[in-house]
Design a protein around this ligand. Structure first.
Ligand SMILES: CC(C)(COP(=O)(O)OP(=O)(O)OC[C@H]1O[C@@H](n2cnc3c(N)ncnc32)[C@H](O)[C@@H]1OP(=O)(O)O)[C@@H](O)C(=O)NCCC(=O)NCCS
Length: 163
């Protein structure tokens, strides 16, 4: 199995949508539509990292950097490729590229109860806030979003503080 990561942009939305449609359960309202992705990707500081396995689309991470703040907007891996370290590799690549662009913190939002929390917690993210009823699922049910953040600074003298 050969896993490859590459950076892309708006021309890669079709490839992103393959993962979007498979990875995100519509029951939770976390997925974005194609127009939402296209609109976002016209903004400065936004990029996508795409993962392939043996040349097949396997996942993506959608990111944004504004000044010294970075945001991981979406992270998804197609179910057939989950559990092989691709999600962690995409997250680490996001951290590295955000750091290279001068970001000092990486933020993200995740639905309360999402198994992705295991990944984020093991990667050093801390909960810094909660948005009640942020996600609206297919049947109208509302789910809280947790806001997580982690420092991107390697310097040990810097300590990330919870709000
Ligand atoms: C979250 C997601 C991206 C993880 O991708 P993945 O390629 O399966 O993740 P990895 O194989 O790199 O696993 C990384 C870690 O996540 C944790 N993890 C992943 N799935 C898990 C699960 N179902 N239960 C418990 N822990 C899990 C493990 O701790 C794993 O650590 P390990 O390397 O020590 O085993 C993937 O499950 C996904 O696409 N989910 C649906 C979309 C989504 O909810 N995205 C996040 C919100 S934006």
């Amino acid at each position: 199995m050969s896993i490859a990561l590459r950076e892309g942009g708006i021309r890669d939305v079709e490839e992103m949508m393959i993962t979007m449609d498979e990875a995100f359960d519509a029951a939770f309202g976390e997925a974005w539509t194609k127009p939402q992705c296209q609109g976002l990707m016209t903004l400065p500081g936004v990029w996508v990292t795409l993962a392939t396995v043996d040349g097949e689309p396997a996942g993506f991470a959608l990111n944004r950097v504004i000044c010294d703040e970075a945001e991981l907007l979406l992270l998804g891996v197609r179910p057939a490729y989950q559990g092989r370290g691709i999600g962690r590799a995409l997250l680490e690549r996001s951290r590295e590229l955000a750091r290279q662009q001068g970001a000092e913190r990486l933020h993200l939002e995740v639905r309360h109860g999402n198994k992705a929390l295991f990944l984020y917690q093991s990667a050093g993210f801390s909960e810094v806030g909660r948005r009640r009823g942020y996600y609206r699922g297919r049947d109208g049910q509302l789910f809280d979003a947790l806001t997580l953040a982690s420092s991107l600074l390697i310097d040990d003298r810097y300590t990330f503080h919870r709000k």
